[in-house]
Design a protein around this ligand. Sequence first.
Ligand SMILES: [Zn+2]
Length: 251
Amino acid sequence: MSGTFAGGLAGLLLGAAVGSFLATVFARRGGGRCAWAIGRSRCDRCGAGLAVRDLLPVVSWLLLRGRCRHCGAPIALAHVAIEVAAAAIGFASLFLLGWPAGAPAALLGWTLLLLSAIDFEDMRLPDALTLPLLAAGLLLSLAQGGLPLSLGLPPPTAALAGAAAGGLALAALAFLYRRLRGREGLGLGDAKLAAAAGAWLGIAALPLYFLLSGLLGIALAVALGALRDPARRIPFGPALGTALWLLFVTG
Ligand SMILES: [Zn+2]
């Protein structure tokens, strides 16, 4: 099933709004405040309440030239980058897959976007995101069996086997890396994300998934200059997440 351009545009607008929410969650993570209990939005520096015209995804950022209207504090580039990426994910999901298959694809992409941003910044993949993603893959695969149409997930047995194989493969790799190099290279968060990937893609897609993840990981390491500085740690979550979403939307 494929989507329409109009469907893609709806996904783009929805994605921009979701991106605005994700960017706020990202900015407030671990700041003592509960990230999900978002009251009225305020400037993080001067505390001035923000109006609707300050909160339009991307548009406000362009109109304000990236600065708070009240105190001139720069708005984090990560904020608008997350909004743009979420809008692109919404567009691509609904344009490529249509309704309803585009909906789980978009939700998957948005969750992976937040996970990637957090891993990139903090070198960790929170269980609060990886485990629900794993559960969602398994449950959607089960639910799909009772639907007259496909959501793009593998059958339950392939999803379950994929989750087990994906998680074990990365856990084993993390163990080996620690034995050989004497330091932490991959974490259990990476293994949980790979387990989620196995559930969403099925066990047959795992070889291609790990190949693509590896290539994207190397590309990120090159971009960050880590090959010249071996001590520099590179988050693997963004590569694992991007590979998962790309393979899911392209079937
Ligand atoms: Zn301000």
